[in-house]
Write a protein that binds this ligand. Structure first.
Ligand SMILES: *Cc1c(COP(=O)(O)O)cnc(C)c1O
Length: 421
């Protein structure tokens, strides 16, 4: 536990050799340390993950899979990938893992390629209701290459309408049903989706890019026992390096592996694969289970505090690390709330809410998440205060400096990257 900030491997060397670029790294660290990060999809990796990311494994070409590479000299990096695969399978109780996808989007592209032909029909959550770009947006490959039927949430409960999902599945007979979202605060009933998929003979893909970390820590039920294929990112609540991964049944293992390489990607990023192994190892520790429970308790404290300020939590609250907040009660659009919070040292993003009357560039809502602040060591009491600070910043732009002073005081106690954690 030293007082020196952690700047990544050999930062001193980078500073001597390329001060201009080194300054970018320093400035970004100062930006992060100078404010509170409530972006639901971000987290702070451990120094051990950063060390693996900054390693010479970045140099190695390793097209193929451990023991079956198209390049010589892969016997050492093979060990890193085998470790990542074994740990992912053990951590999630999966039959097969592919740890090579460069991102969550590449993981989804590969999963679709393994299960569908262009023009096939799939069912996925509508973007304005919390679905992801890769779940059928017209500006994305998914919307261009597949016939995507969107489902959404009910207007009254703001929860996924499983009756609608079943009706749409029966009517459209999709080859694939995708569940999982990017802005849905509640638990998803994977057993219900499995039942619907079985009724129409569809594959079930769970894209759990957001909550996979909570599943790793056992804080929420896992999608793995229900889905044929599970795609996820390693950099969100899971707290690993930026990247993606796929879990699947033994039956689909060869199809998924061929879809990732050679269909979608070339050589894997072996330094990232090594860092994924480190992150999976960290997620197996008992402390990580405690972390994930605290992430949820913090998100609930934050959502309740905002609700008490007249900023309604969509669906009435959260079961996860994120909350979607309806700002219509305070009459400030999401885009303006995002700007006012930034001026007060709080980083969050505007987000459409279900049935939002405003376009995506404006929005009636914001999305907040607690993976970062929990990694920093904040607890429910801190999140309660943060809730009132966010409300104050949104309502009263003139008070930004006072809010920022409280933010600075909180950060003085809970600094990211000040010591090894
Ligand atoms: C974040 C996310 C992704 C994409 O991850 P990238 O690494 O940004 O490509 C895919 N699906 C869902 C549901 C996500 O939330």
């Amino acid at each position: 536990m030293g007082a020196e900030p952690y700047y990544g491997p050999d930062f001193g060397l980078l500073r001597r050799q390329d001060p201009e670029l080194a300054q970018v790294l320093l400035d970004e660290l100062e930006r992060v340390r100078g404010g509170i990060q409530l972006i639901a999809s971000e987290n702070f990796t451990s120094p051990a993950v950063l060390a693996a990311l900054g390693s010479t494994l970045t140099n190695k070409y390793a097209e193929g899979y451990p023991g079956r590479r198209y390049y010589g000299g892969c016997e050492v990096v093979d060990r890193a990938e085998r470790l990542a695969i074994e740990r992912a399978c053990r951590l999630f109780g999966a039959e097969h893992a592919n740890v090579q996808p460069h991102s969550g989007a590449s993981a989804n592209l590969a999963a679709y390629a393994a299960l569908l032909q262009p023009g096939d029909t799939m069912l996925a959550m509508a973007l304005p209701h919390g679905g992801h770009l890769t779940h059928g947006s017209k500006v994305n490959f998914s919307g261009r290459w597949f016939d995507v039927v969107p489902y959404g949430v009910r207007r009254d409960s703001e929860l996924i309408d499983y009756d609608e999902v079943r009706d749409l599945a029966l009517r459209h007979q999709p080859k694939l049903i995708v569940c999982g979202a990017t802005a849905y605060p509640r638990l998803i009933d994977f057993a219900a989706f499995r039942g619907i998929a079985d009724d129409v003979g569809a594959w079930l893909l769970a894209d759990v890019a957001h909550p996979i970390g909570l599943m790793a820590g056992g804080a929420i039920p896992s999608a793995v026992p229900y889905a044929d294929v599970v795609t996820f990112t390693t950099h969100k609540a899971l707290r690993g390096p930026r990247g993606g991964a796929i879990l699947c049944t033994r039956e689909l293992a060869a199809r998924i592996d061929r879809a990732v390489f050679p269909f979608v990607q070339g050589g894997p990023l072996m330094h990232v694969v090594a860092a994924k192994a480190v992150a999976f190892g960290e997620a197996m520790r008992p402390e990580f289970a405690g972390y994930t429970r605290k992430v949820i308790a913090n998100a609930q404290a934050l959502a309740e505090a905002l609700d008490a300020e007249g900023m309604r939590a969509v669906s009435g609250g959260t079961d996860t690390h994120l909350a979607l907040i309806d700002l219509r009660g305070v009459g400030v659009p999401g885009v303006e709330a995002e700007r006012r919070c930034a001026a007060a040292g709080i980083t969050l993003n505007r987000n459409v809410i279900p049935y939002d009357p405003e376009p995506a560039a404006v929005t009636s809502g914001i999305r907040v998440g607690t993976p970062c602040v929990t990694t920093q060591g904040m607890g429910p009491e801190d999140l309660k205060e943060l809730g009132s600070l966010v409300a104050r910043a949104v309502r009263d732009p003139g008070g930004a400096e006072e809010v920022r002073a409280r933010v600075t005081a909180l950060l003085a106690i809970h600094q990211p990257y000040l010591s090894e954690f």
